[in-house]
Design a protein. Structure first.
Length: 319
């Protein structure tokens, strides 16, 4: 059944687990996410980005998620709009049936320029008023995502969520979940070496939870950049530079401090790219023309990865 983010995260908080929120762009991803959830009895969050809308179209994305809801009626599913740049885009998602939206007011509508606190409060509060009237949940963000590696100390204040600001933001907006900046960034190139507490500041979550004990925190840029998939991609013709993500163990630490939604896109991209490169490179597949076999290799790889995240974050067994 389609559920709101708030319903799911309140339940997750009661039971001290987090739910991976997977970005989707195509049917194979949706099926991998759902098959894994079905296998380990986990609730699901699927989210569409602007890039996914450009690739698949909002109508296809929405109906892929609705197909999942119909096929797996026993699994709670949140349909979430990731990083909406404006209240208008949120209104569109609400109107078309999404059960949750992220108003990303940490940046201006260009999604590049850091926004003022006042702007962020204003647009986020507008969205909350609209969304709550329709039973839809809202995720807001305070602080800008970005790597702390090689940043002058002065920039740390922008790249780490400030606890005082977070408290004010929650008070003025009445959001359901808060995305925090703790040194993670989107994409595969987060850290040039395995991250320490200097650049991946999990301790900030502890401080935030002390100040906001009832808030649900969201970790963006939470792909772990699996080294085994990196190797597979490079073994079969890829040229991906050495890079590191957010270790699963660090996310599990964050879950102790109120992290309830964990955004993952890159890891599914890596698993599918690696699986496809490996599959087509096999001599016994050289004459294969049934592209479904290729997609299936990707789907199986993504399913394994999804199940590992459901189990690690504790959502398994809670559908
Ligand atoms: O928000 C970040 C996600 O990884 C979305 O990326 O816009 O390329 O789909 P995308
Ligand atoms: P990754 O690039 O680490 O997978 O993060 C995805 C994300 O935060 C989407 O909002
Ligand atoms: Na989001
Ligand atoms: Zn994000």
């Amino acid at each position: 059944a389609l559920v709101s983010l708030r319903q799911l995260l309140d339940y997750a908080a009661e039971h001290s687990f987090a739910v991976p929120a997977f970005n989707i762009s195509n049917m194979e991803q949706v099926q991998a996410i759902m098959r894994a959830a079905d296998a380990c009895d986990s609730p699901v969050i699927m989210q569409g980005s602007a890039g996914a809308n450009r690739y698949a179209g909002e109508v296809f994305l929405r109906h892929l998620i609705l197909a999942a809801v119909e096929q797996y009626p026993h699994i709670p599913v949140v349909m979430h709009r990731d990083h909406a740049p404006s209240p208008d885009i949120c209104a569109q998602a609400i109107q078309s049936g999404f059960s949750s939206v992220m108003m990303d007011g940490s940046l201006l509508e260009d999604m590049k320029t850091p926004a003022s606190f006042a702007y962020n409060v204003e647009v986020t509060r507008t969205v909350v008023n609209m969304a709550h009237a329709c039973g839809v949940s809202v995720e807001g963000e305070i602080g800008c995502l970005g790597s702390l590696e090689n940043q002058p100390d002065a920039d740390h204040s922008r790249l780490l969520t400030d606890p005082d600001e977070a408290v004010e933001f929650v008070k003025h907006t009445n959001i359901d979940a808060l995305a925090v900046a703790i040194g993670t960034s989107h994409g595969a190139y987060k850290f040039s070496k395995p991250p320490t507490g200097e650049v991946l500041v999990i301790s900030r979550l502890q401080t935030l939870q002390q100040r906001l004990p009832d808030m649900h925190f969201v970790m963006h840029g939470s792909s772990s950049v699996p080294q085994d998939w990196l190797q597979v991609i490079n073994e079969y013709g890829g040229e991906i530079p050495q890079t590191y993500g957010v270790p699963v163990a660090e996310i599990v630490e964050g879950i102790k401090y109120g992290v309830r939604k964990v955004n993952i896109d890159t890891d599914l991209r890596m698993a599918s790219t690696g699986a496809i490169r490996r599959f087509v490179a096999q001599p016994e597949h050289a004459a294969e023309l049934d592209a479904r076999k290729i997609y299936q290799a990707a789907r199986d790889a993504m399913q394994t990865l999804c199940q590992a995240r459901y189990e690690a974050f504790g959502s398994a067994g809670h559908a």
